[in-house]
Design a protein around this ligand. Structure first.
Ligand SMILES: Nc1ncnc2c1ncn2[C@@H]1O[C@H](COP(=O)(O)OP(=O)(O)OP(=O)(O)O)[C@@H](O)[C@H]1O
Length: 225
């Protein structure tokens, strides 16, 4: 589905991704782990650029509009599916079908706030679920997520992760969680200082592999993929 060969990315003179090669097949559930600043967001943004036509991206920056309602922020996920005139009328006076769809989706995410509530009045965890709902409302085959559950309690994070994995054939998700959530994925990629240092399948995942990956030593690539 996507092939990256010897990719290097930098911001001004800061190297963020170093000579990274990677293939991800359609249908894979891939977790990306790594310390803060290791390049996860940079890699995910690049993958989204490559897969834009078929992927929804739930980024850390969220890109929500504070002055708009919960409904309108989620509905933005469907803008490209409708004619501009439909979107315009719906912005002024929401149609009943998308309103009911968005409400049901929010309910699935335990986001039981009035659809008219403006974003600026929501908590951090609620905002994160609005961003997640907007990505899910895109109804794409691939989900790319940059720590999309980081502001949620562990139980809710696990429930929503399960829902996202079940709803998309391919998932590529950067996670805070080092161990528990990883058992839901087929394959785990680990970045350190912009380099791919871990690329293993679920059956090879052990606490020792994870501990070694996070140890201060510089390690060669560990891979069975
Ligand atoms: N806009 C930017 N301008 C300059 N440097 C940047 C910018 N964004 C990221 N970086 C740098 O690039 C490197 C990779 O950052 P990136 O955000 O991809 O890491 P990350 O693993 O996603 O971090 P975190 O877990 O904290 O979100 C870091 O050294 C970071 O400081």
């Amino acid at each position: 589905m996507v092939n990256i060969d010897n990719l290097t990315l930098k911001y001004a003179d800061k190297l963020a991704i170093r000579q990274l090669s990677l293939s991800i097949a359609s249908g894979e559930k891939v977790a990306i782990i790594g310390p803060s600043g290791s390049g996860k967001s940079t890699l995910l943004s690049h993958l989204y650029l490559l897969l834009k036509e078929s992927a929804a991206f739930c980024s850390q920056k969220q890109g929500l509009v504070d002055g708009l309602s919960t409904y309108h922020n989620v509905y933005m996920g469907a803008l490209s599916r409708h004619h501009w005139s439909y979107n315009l009328i719906n912005l002024i006076a929401p149609f009943s079908t998308p309103l009911a769809e968005v409400e049901a989706l929010c309910h699935q995410l335990s986001l039981d706030v009035p659809m008219s509530k403006v974003l600026s009045k929501l908590s951090g965890g609620q905002r994160q679920r609005v961003a997640l709902a907007r990505a899910l409302y895109q109804q794409q085959a691939t989900f790319i997520g940059d720590e999309p559950f980081s502001a949620l309690d562990p139980l809710m994070a696990e429930q929503l992760l399960t829902m996202v994995l079940a709803g998309h054939s391919t998932c590529i998700i950067a996670l805070h969680d080092k161990s528990e959530a990883l058992r839901h994925f087929d394959r785990i990629l680990g970045l350190r200082d912009g380099k791919l240092c871990l690329d293993i399948t679920q059956d090879a995942l052990t606490p020792e592999v994870i501990d070694n990956f996070y140890s201060p030593e510089i390690l060669p690539l560990v891979s069975n993929a």
